[in-house]
Design a protein. Structure first.
Length: 112
């Protein structure tokens, strides 16, 4: 199996997961995106994607491992211990900015 095929299959799983959660929450997409079970499931799907890649000896993605671990750990605490995570949006913004800066620093970026 190719990495692209596996990635597409997991995108399909993510959309199914989103649809099932949205249906369970009566189609309210804002509530769905903010639902801790959706965040936890999304994190676990990202980790499962890399487990499948590892088992198939495909290249792993540091991005999806890191994001999957972050979402899984934080949302597991939210779901299991009613942990409040007001810092999560800021943490995601910082992680995103680090990725953007890293992408431009490690590549031969040239503006045309």
């Amino acid at each position: 199996m190719h990495n692209e095929t596996l990635t597409n299959a997991f995108w399909g799983l993510l959309l199914v997961w989103f649809g099932v959660n949205a249906a369970f929450l009566k189609g309210d997409l804002v509530v769905t995106v903010n639902d801790p079970f959706f965040g936890l499931g999304t994190g676990l799907l990202l980790l499962a994607l890399n487990l499948a890649r590892s088992l198939l000896r495909l290249r792993l993605s540091v991005l999806t491992i890191g994001l999957g671990a972050l979402l899984s750990i934080i949302y597991a605490l939210v779901v299991l211990l009613d942990f409040k995570a007001p810092f999560l949006p800021a943490l995601l913004v910082i992680a995103g900015l680090a990725l953007i800066i890293g992408a431009f620093r490690t590549r031969n970026f040239q503006a045309y």
